[in-house]
Design a protein around this ligand. Structure first.
Ligand code: 5GP
Length: 116
């Protein structure tokens, strides 16, 4: 893990950030620069940047990431109104933080922003 990985530092409590949820595989925080009324990040505990780094991984960790997204959407009250899950990968994907994470965006209509 890179020593300057911001999400590792949040995971380890080196940088304080309220964890809304955590389990053995992942944790959830609010995005520091929210782009919607609800903007959360589901972050695996394991530090890797892109799917391309993984080879024949067991998928339990990703199951936990999606389960966390489902639970958080319900907790935030956006499960019925809908939300968007985004994983940015690499430069063209617009990824800024090189520790894999899934954005949960909701609380307003995201139609018209592209991709639906
Ligand atoms: P990416 O562009 O890599 O998919 O998204 C990274 C996200 O992490 C951005 O939306 C950015 O606002 C968020 N972020 C960056 N640094 C921090 C931080 O220190 N705390 C929190 N809560 N979010 C951060």
């Amino acid at each position: 893990m890179p020593e300057d990985c911001i999400f590792c530092m949040i995971r380890d409590g080196v940088i304080p950030s309220e964890k809304l949820y955590s389990d053995d595989d992942c944790f959830v925080i609010r995005d520091i620069n929210p782009l919607a009324p609800t903007h959360l990040l589901v972050i695996p505990n394991r530090c890797f940047s892109q799917l391309s780094e993984l080879v024949d991984e067991p998928d339990a960790m990703f199951a936990s990431v999606f389960a966390a997204a489902r639970k958080m959407a319900a907790q935030e009250g956006i499960a019925e109104s809908g939300y968007r899950l985004i994983v940015n990968q690499g430069s063209d994907g617009g990824q800024e933080v090189a520790h894999f994470h899934m954005h949960i965006l909701g609380g307003k209509s995201l139609r018209g922003l592209g991709l639906g």
